[in-house]
Structure formats: C-alpha cells, structure tokens
Design a protein. Structure first.
Ligand code: MV4
Length: 511
C-alpha cells in the first residue's frame, strides 16, 4: 500500500516489542504509513487487542515480563523469523535498555529510538547531570560525584543547606531517593538509599542535591532527526501524581508563562544536544515556586502522556519517531510548532483510590468509553478482557482537548461522566473529584497535591448523574454480573447503589 507521502514505505515490517495501548498506538501509526506490523505476546495476552490488530503475532513466553516482554533473545529471534526490519520498544519494558538498542543494531534491525550511547548517558543520573550541566543547563545544586562516606555527605549537605535529597545515580522515577531534613538523619538515610540502590540497580552510587520544596514536575517534549535538526514541542505539566506514578497531565502548564516557556524549551534542546539526541525524548524539570527550574532527568523514549502534546501541537509523535528512525529529516522547523488550545489526560487505572490506590485487576465485564467532540481514548482493553496482575493496571488514557483550559476541563468532566467500568475497581470517581477540585481548577497543583488533598471516599460525591447514560443492554449485563456475584458495581456508592440498580432494572425491562 502506498502512503500519501511517498511510494516506498519507511520500513517493510515493524516489530512492536510491547503490549497494551502503546502497542496499539504504534500499530495504528504503522498502518497509516503502510508498514506491516509484528506483535509479540505473553501467554495471558494471546487474546489482547495488539495481537488482533497486528499483521503477524508471535508468542514470547509466560506472563512474567522477565520471561516474555523483557526477553531480548526471544524478541530478536521473532524479529528475524518474521522478517522485521525495525523494532519499536514503546515505553517501559526494553525501551530504555541500551543493551537492547545495541543488540538490535548488531542484528541489523533498526531500533526506533535514540542511540545506545544517549540512553546510557541519560540513564546514569550523575553522568546526565555532568553532561547537561557542561552544556549550560541548570541542574539542582549538589554533588558532582558519588558520595564517598558519612563525613563527606555531611560536609556537602551543610554546604548545600537542608533539606537535601539523596538520590541513586542508577535510579530515576524516585527509586532509591531519600529526603533528609536534618544532619542527624544523614548517615542512616545514606545507608538506606545505598542499600535500596544496590538491590534495585546493582549499583550503590548515591549523590546529594538540594531539595526543592513543593516543586512542580514540568517536562518538555523534544524530537531530533539524524540530520542535526532538533525541535521541542513545548511543555507538559505532570505534577498530579502519587508515588511517582503520574495520574493527570496537561499541556500547556498553568504555571508556565511565555518567558519560562521559551527558556525551558531552549534549555531542553541544550540538554538533548549534549547527548546528540535522535528520536522522541522528554526532558524533565523541577519548577520551583519562584519560577526557577532545574533539569531532573531525560527520558529517552516515547511517554504515556505524549498524546496531550499531539493534541496541542498537531504533531503525530509516533509517526515522527518512525520517520526519524528511517532517516527522514524532520518535516517542520521550530517556528512551525505552535501550541493550540489545551489538553488534559486522565489515566484510567484498575486500582482502588479508597484503598491506598491498590491495583484492582480483574475481568472487565462492562466497558463504556466516552467519545464526542474533543475526546480521545487510547486503550488496550475490551469487554471480557482480563486486566492482569502481571502488568501495569492502566485501562486507558482519556484525553480531552479544548480551545481553552476551562473548555478542556469541561469536556473531561463530561467524558468522565460517560465512562463506565464494571469488573475491576477503577479510578474514574477519583478523576471526577480531581477535575472538580478548586486547586486543580485554579491550576494550583504541585507534586504533593494528591497526598495533601485526597481522602478515601472523596470520589463518592462525584458519582451521581451517570445513570441516564447507561443503556439497557449494559444495565442488564451489569445486573447479570452483579447477581452472579462475579463483580461488585464499580461506580456507585452504597447510598446510590439501590437507586442505580433500580434504574438499571427499569432500563433492562424497557425492551
Ligand atoms: C527532587 C525533588 C525535590 N528536590 N529533587 C522524584 C522522581 C525523581 N525523578 C526525582 N524526584 C524528585 N526529585 C530535588 N532536588 C522532588 C522529587 C519528587 C517528584 C518529582 C517529580 C514528580 C513528582 C515528585 C514527587 C515527589 C518528589
């Protein structure tokens, strides 16, 4: 099939080394580009959507990721057998393993991502600080080298000023991190950080930084091609998270004005250039209350929240990744990238916000996904699909776009009213609570928002008006599932449950 842009496809066949919504996202991009796709799947994923949508599909092992989606040998074996000429790693799994990128190259297969050297440099947080710092990027004041001993960390911390943050050089995403308020706690925190780093990464190098109090997490999307062109696609606000797991993201950031935006974009490009970055990447910053910002780390992959940048800039980031990997120059310049309107993403998880956000896997009995103007839902599941305990419990990414932030919020709230999941407990009510919270509505969130504001049960007040949207067939299915004892109603509170059941029964009896 010829594409609209050129006769020869960029690749003949792309292996997608991932599962879930991101595997589908890549398969869709390939389909639009006229590229065949090869899915890989673990045993429980045999019936998954990515397997159904790909042109070819091969098993790679049992449920544990270490025995399937992380098996470099099996994935490369499948690539060879299926005749794939490129591999897209998605996010997570093998996406930031330099050894995998290198193994692909050695096998003569294009890794759709940056060079292994760039993955490696950014994967080591001390090396990343050194590299970007030398390029003039602001980094949080701290030690340039690993901490040697208790005496040294005390000297450094006193010079920096408390509170300080101890971080694992091999870490990232919060693992091996310790906040230290007083000198008395330094030695024991250092010991704890070291042992966590050693067991998690097999590398116990720890360094110290000044702790930024109540920071925002703001990140900048970049794209670099093989011809030296590097552009940024502006920022995403990712402060609404818990335990280093993002829950709501938006673009633009309500905390970023035009002056910060321009500086942050330029700084992100300098950081990416310091490792000759090629492909799609994200430069993360801590934004202080006074408007100063500091490089945190660079993610050398496509990210979950990339779709809000797509909504605001109109750039298909996954297509761009594939084009870049095929050696095409970027089709646009920095001045062509403009932010238009506002986008918000709510990550719909099979988890219980009333019970410590514990994962709540299970069979999806009923699924009603919102749509309508300004709404995109990227999902890897369907009714009857089992959300497995083995993988991330994300059900879908719900994205709302509006011309303004209030319009995007209104559309998201409307979409969240339409969203019905029966089977696993889902965090839909949590999102309704968050999108109605005065601080969120004011754009006044930082990384402590959920921890400070969320109380178990707070979602109940936001669950009312979805009943009219539940159709008869669905209501009947819900009833059957609930009567059979297979599921508990996921949405309603105890107070509204009987009302809800009555309404469902009325609906079911209508036809
Ligand atoms: C920090 C910080 C405050 N000061 N560093 C958490 C994830 C890891 N990548 C870095 N993290 C942080 N580093 C200094 N010097 C606060 C955090 C942090 C955080 C950062 C981004 C998003 C959410 C967060 C939640 C808690 C702490």
């Amino acid at each position: 099939m010829a594409t609209s842009r050129s006769e020869a496809p960029l690749f003949r066949r792309v292996l997608v080394a991932n599962r879930g919504e991101i595997a589908l996202r890549v398969i869709r991009a390939c389909r639009e580009l006229g590229i065949e796709t090869v899915a890989v799947f673990s045993e429980p994923d045999r019936g998954a959507l990515h397997v159904r949508q790909a042109d070819h599909a091969y098993p790679v092992g049992p449920a544990p990721a270490a025995d399937s989606y992380l098996r470099i040998d099996r994935i490369l074996e499948v690539a060879a057998r299926a005749g794939a000429d490129a591999i897209h790693p998605g996010y997570g799994f093998l996406s930031e393993r330099a050894v995998f990128a290198r193994a692909c190259a050695d096998a003569g297969i294009t890794f759709i991502g940056p060079a292994p050297e760039a993955i490696e440099a950014m994967g080591d947080k001390l090396e990343a600080r050194r590299r970007v710092g030398a390029a003039g990027v602001p980094v949080v004041p701290g030690s340039p080298d690993p901490i040697a001993d208790d005496a040294q960390v005390e000297m450094l911390a006193r010079a920096i000023g408390f509170p300080v943050m101890l971080k694992a050089s091999a870490g990232g995403g919060g693992k091996g991190m310790r906040l230290v308020d007083t000198p008395e706690r330094l030695a024991s925190s250092l010991r704890a950080a070291r042992s966590e780093a050693r067991s998690a990464f097999g590398d116990d190098r720890v360094y110290v930084e000044k702790a930024i109090v109540r920071p925002r997490h703001v990140e900048v999307q970049v794209l670099g091609d093989r011809h030296g062109s590097l552009v940024h696609l502006y920022e995403r606000e990712c402060s609404v998270q818990r335990r280093h797991q993002k829950v709501i993201e938006e673009s633009p950031s309500p905390a970023v004005d035009q002056a910060i935006r321009e500086r942050m974009g330029a700084v992100a490009l300098a950081a990416a250039r310091s490792v000759d970055y090629v492909g799609a990447g994200t430069v993360e910053f801590l934004l202080d209350q006074d408007g100063s910002f500091y490089f945190l780390e660079m993610n050398t992959r496509i990210q979950v929240e990339h779709a809000i940048t797509e909504a605001v800039t109109g750039v298909d980031l996954v297509r761009a990744q594939i084009e870049i990997a095929a050696g095409r120059p970027l089709a646009f310049r920095q001045q062509d990238v403009v932010q238009r309107g506002h986008a918000i993403e709510c990550r719909i998880y099979a988890e219980d916000p009333d019970n410590g956000f514990l994962p709540a896997p299970g069979r999806i009995e009923v699924l009603r996904v919102p749509s309508g103007i300004g709404i995109r839902d990227d999902s890897g599941v369907y009714e009857g699909f089992e959300v497995s305990t083995f993988y991330d419990p994300m059900i879908s990414k719900l994205i709302a776009w509006g011309a303004t932030r209030p319009e995007a919020i209104a559309r998201m709230r409307r979409a969240l009213r339409e969203y019905v999941v029966v089977g696993p407990t889902a965090n839909v009510a949590f999102h309704r609570w968050a999108l109605a919270h005065p601080a969120f509505v004011a754009g006044d969130v930082d990384t402590g928002f959920i921890g400070r504001e969320w109380r178990p049960g707070a979602g109940a007040a936001h669950l009312d008006a979805d009943l009219p949207l539940i159709g008869a067939a669905m209501a009947a299915a819900v009833q059957r599932a609930v009567r059979a004892g297979a599921v508990a109603p996921s949405g309603p509170t105890a107070a509204s449950r009987s009302r809800w059941k009555q309404a469902a029964r009325r609906e079911a009896c209508r036809d």
